[in-house]
Ligand binder design. Structure first.
Ligand code: SF4
Length: 377
């Protein structure tokens, strides 16, 4: 089959050329502009940010040590309610990146941001009674994702004057994203776009032109410079049957979090109809995740049961919408106690890593006590 082989060879050449272009453009960008401004890569451990990390390592390794002046931060966010399988994959990747950066003396810091204990999913839902998030009341993305990573970026901006955020977004991902990127490119020569909400931060999208097929081809063709292969990641996608919850760094991007296509989100996500990623893991043999799916479904289902919701809001007011319909308040203390009990039962059935921390449980109980004392109960 000589003709077929020739086509395959041509396709392989294409991916080598494409990959060299990406690595070379990252290298040029790294050397350009003000080099005291750090680079911050938003790393979810998913396919796109892994490709950026891979290209970034290649670019830095191709430079002599004297030219590696700019510091690079590879930052992941842990909402503390991430899918356990995804967390395990992310931690393995972070360890590999950290070890490789250290052994080659690359100016790379690998870090994880997390919400503070008073703003975690459990502290707000079980402690303060916030109703399980849904499309209209999605209080979680800002507190669990945007806030912690934004703070990390702003700290670098205030220490060094500006920071450049590398994102693995691509223009074939969505129409609105493509329009946004094209609009900016038509107006400006620079690869850097000011962040819409974080003053002093700029966005750089090194793989914006890659298609989804290109991304898979890169992952399947090139072994990561930190050792091993990308097979674990490819398998994770196969098992989860699809997409990932993206790195979310602004309110404009928040709608991408907790949608039908974002399957690597929080295991507790009640914004999606069905948790397809956990279901995918169960279907591919990981039956230990079944109790988590059942808990999530139950949490979604009890949300609008008036029996579990206070009549008044947290500020003590009874409110109605424009049509005169009563807007229920937070979960009652009894409902919150029931949710915590159910979470403990789920933990027992699951048996894996802790689903809630002792710090959160302590804060939840002191929040209840304060609320009851205020009501004189
Ligand atoms: S994945 Fe769901 S629960 Fe988690 S932050 Fe996004 S919308 Fe909220």
């Amino acid at each position: 089959m000589p003709a077929m082989n020739a086509v395959t060879d041509l396709m392989q050449d294409d991916i080598y050329i494409l990959w060299n272009d990406i690595v070379e453009s990252i290298k040029q960008e790294y050397l350009s502009e003000e080099q005291s401004y750090p680079w911050i890569l938003g790393f979810s451990g998913g396919k796109d940010s892994t490709v950026v990390a891979h290209a970034l390592f290649e670019a830095l390794l191709s430079l002599p040590p004297s030219k590696r002046k700019r510091e690079v931060h590879i930052v992941s966010n842990d909402t503390l309610v991430e899918s356990p399988l995804v967390v395990a994959h992310l931690e393995r990747s972070q360890d590999a990146l950290r070890n490789a950066a250290q052994s080659w003396s690359l100016p790379i810091t690998v870090a994880t941001t997390r919400p503070p204990v008073d703003k975690t999913f459990w502290t707000l839902l079980i402690g303060k009674g916030y109703p399980s998030p849904n499309q209209t009341m999605r209080w979680c993305t800002d507190r669990l994702k945007i806030g912690p990573t934004s703070q990390y970026i702003l700290d670098r901006v205030s220490a060094l004057g500006a920071a450049i955020i590398l994102l693995g977004v691509r223009s074939d991902e969505s129409e609105s994203r493509r329009n946004n990127i094209n609009k900016w490119k038509n107006l400006h020569e620079s690869n850097l776009q000011p962040h819409p909400e974080l003053t002093g931060a700029f966005i750089y999208r090194p793989i914006v032109s890659l298609t989804t097929e290109d991304v898979w081809e890169v992952l399947g063709t090139f072994a990561p410079p930190w050792g091993g292969s990308h097979n674990g990641l490819i398998q994770l996608y196969r098992d989860a049957e699809g997409g990932e919850c993206p790195v979310v760094l602004s309110k404009a991007e928040a709608p991408g979090c907790g949608t039908a296509s974002s399957r690597f989100g929080c295991w507790t996500c009640t914004v999606v109809e069905k948790d397809k990623s956990l279901q995918g893991f169960v279907d591919s043999g990981n039956h230990e995740y079944k109790p988590l799916i059942e808990f999530r479904d139950w949490l979604k289902q009890i949300r609008n049961n008036p029996e579990y919701r206070s009549v008044e809001r947290r500020n003590g007011l009874v409110t109605f919408d424009v049509s005169g319909k009563h807007i229920p308040g937070p979960f009652t203390i009894q409902a919150r106690q029931m949710i915590l009990e159910k979470l403990f039962e789920t933990q027992k059935a699951f048996g894996g890593s802790p689903l809630i921390s002792k710090e959160e449980i302590d804060l939840i109980k002191s929040t209840w006590a304060q609320e009851l004392a205020k009501k004189g109960q």
